[in-house]
Design a protein around this ligand. Structure first.
Ligand code: LIP
Length: 259
């Protein structure tokens, strides 16, 4: 087995993300095999194929996998890959070129896993975001940083509504409160891309009520290494989180108004 650390893991995750991204690009406008579909969510055969491609490339390392299309290995392993092979699956299904590959490498700490390397790759814009726990966040090799916006009326806030009524009922009042106070709201459909857009200063915050760990683990490290705040609170035992990703200056101003 190859030596695994944040450096070797990042390099391998970049290769794996590019392989999966190439498969996404080749299939954006092709008919897609749907494995499961509910009103607010779709699971594609390509989700499974992309995760298999990623796992095969990363098999040279001794690490467990916690992925949207399946988990494997020792749940108490020292290392684990956290994989969303296609984040923004509904966009991708409809031929909307706003989706990405998200791969994080985590190492077991005293209490829980910590993310030590993260990759988010948008194959349609050919934009590759990377970071490790001891190197700066980069976009296509260039250092990035969050915005310095402190005024909500100058800020673009991205929001996500996940895929169930409970989350929508939680998020709609928050959107109704925020929309009058900010410059614009954007609802884009990919948590990972919204997080790295905050890391790059394109958005000033991203709020979602029910995201899974594989949607946010890589983007969370990249955001922190770009100077932002990765505020997240476990909402249920299955690694579902409430999230306020922001430039480090806006979370309090975005907090729900006390009734
Ligand atoms: C998506 C997230 C998005 C959320 C969607 C979905 P997927 O991930 O990125 O933020 O609102 O419901 O969970 O399912 O496309 O990997």
């Amino acid at each position: 087995m190859r030596t695994l650390n944040e450096r070797t893991g990042l390099a391998a995750a970049i290769e794996a993300a590019r392989l999966a991204g190439a498969l996404m690009r080749a299939n954006l406008n092709e008919p897609k095999k749907i494995n499961a579909s509910i009103q607010h969510d779709i699971k594609l055969d390509l989700d499974v194929r992309c995760q298999k491609l990623i796992e095969t490339h990363l098999a040279a390392f001794d690490a467990a996998v916690f992925g949207e299309e399946g988990t494997s290995g020792d749940p108490a392993a020292e290392f684990r890959w956290v994989i969303d092979p296609i984040d923004g699956t509904v966009n991708f299904t409809y031929g909307i070129p706003h989706a990405c590959v998200s791969i994080a490498l985590q190492r077991r700490g005293k209490k829980n896993y910590e993310t030590i390397a993260g990759v988010v790759y948008d194959p349609f814009c050919d934009e590759l975001w990377t970071a490790t726990n001891n190197t700066p966040a980069k976009l296509n090799g260039q250092k990035i940083a969050v915005s310095k916006k402190t005024r909500l009326d100058e800020s673009i806030i991205s929001m996500g509504f996940s895929k169930n009524v409970e989350t929508m009922n939680e998020m709609l009042p928050r959107m109704n409160d925020i929309i009058y106070r900010v410059r614009k709201i954007r609802i884009m459909g990919s948590a990972a891309l919204s997080m790295v857009y905050v890391a790059s200063g394109r958005f000033d915050a991203y709020i979602e009520g029910g995201v899974r760990l594989w949607d946010i683990a890589a983007g969370g490290l990249i955001l922190e290494r770009a100077g932002g705040e990765y505020w997240h609170q476990q909402a249920s035992p299955d690694e579902t989180y409430r999230l306020v990703a922001n430039n480090g200056l806006l979370r309090k101003k975005l907090a729900p108004k006390s009734k």
